[in-house]
Design a protein around this ligand. Structure first.
Ligand code: CUA
Length: 307
């Protein structure tokens, strides 16, 4: 909880501790006074109620003291918040896409990943983009959180100050798999980062398909390991027989390359029995022909490898 890993962690933590301490003192102070009143003024000791009129000093005290306290809370909070909106000029821009229900990242040189890798002690500006609903990009260890709003350009910046791997979460409820919308941010030394960034990865056929699946959030709904998620699993899919519902009638089809292509382009025509047809949208405008080929090749290789 207390090991902050970005330049903003210290400021956020001290505001939190300040407000928490005040709340703690008030909680126990007020509870103590309440208990004391219950005992001191019970019916045995005070059989007759007394009408008390106002008390100006007391009323002024309980107005002015809390007012000063909340003004301090505002001041500390604002001092910690203000620098988060002023981006240094040399910050490296990284495009972050959050969509139901996964994260993907694009670097200035075009490199795309599903894990955010960053250099230590270098400022980063994240350009936040959502094509579907509101998500919220949250790195607890960095003490930063910012919403991704469709149709609006939003950003956040920070400097990672600790090497290591930290959790990225979605902090805005965004549908069925919201709880599983997570990724990793890995902070490494500057030189190691540059080497990694410049690496032109020659992907194998299998990796290329997997990258397409992950970058388009397919694996948010379709597991690779057989676990049932919102959609049918990809494990053992290729070549298997499946019962689908077409116009309300059940038929059996073989999941060959033509079937997989149909399932991507027109997912609501043949619905796998037991699944909700409305959840998956068509990827006609999203995936190119070679993307679909990569997916089919990946699924075919994958089913062979597991046999
Ligand atoms: Cu994305 Cu919750």
């Amino acid at each position: 909880m207390f090991s902050g890993a970005s330049n903003f962690a210290e400021g956020v933590d001290s505001v939190f501790l300040f407000i928490f301490t005040i709340s703690f003192i008030f909680l126990f102070g007020l509870t103590g006074i309440m208990v004391w009143f219950v005992i001191r003024y019970n019916r045995k000791r005070h059989p007759k109620a007394v009408q008390i009129k106002d008390n100006t000093k007391l009323e002024l005290a309980w107005t002015i003291i809390p007012l000063i306290l909340v003004l301090f809370m505002f001041y500390y909070g604002y001092m910690a918040f203000a620098p988060t909106r002023v981006v240094p000029k040399d910050a490296m821009p990284v495009k972050v896409t959050g969509q139901m229900w996964s994260w993907s990242f694009e670097y200035p040189n075009g490199k795309k990943t599903t894990e955010l890798r960053l250099p230590l002690n270098k400022p980063v500006k994240l350009l936040l983009y959502s094509p579907d609903v509101i998500h919220s990009f949250y790195i607890p260890a960095f003490r930063i959180k910012e919403d991704l709003v469709p149709g609006k350009e939003n950003y956040m910046w920070f400097t990672p100050t600790l090497e290591g791997s930290f959790e990225i979460l979605c902090a805005e409820y965004c549908g069925l798999s919201h709880a599983f919308m997570e990724a990793k941010v890995v902070v490494v030394q500057d030189t190691a980062f540059n080497r990694w960034l410049d690496e032109v990865v020659a992907l194998t056929v299998e990796e290329a398909g997997l990258v397409v699946l992950k970058n388009n959030a397919c694996t948010g709904c379709h597991s690779l390991d057989g676990k049932p998620l919102i959609g049918p699993t990809f494990k053992g899919l290729f070549g298997s027989k499946r019962v689908v519902v077409v116009n309300g009638k059940e038929t059996t089809v073989v999941a060959d390359s033509a079937y997989i292509e149909r399932a991507i382009l027109e997912p609501n025509k043949e619905v796998v029995k037991g699944f909700n047809p409305e959840i998956m949208r068509s990827y006609k405008d999203v995936l190119k022909a070679n993307d679909i080929k990569s997916i089919v090749d990946y699924l075919e290789l994958d089913s062979k490898a597991k046999k």
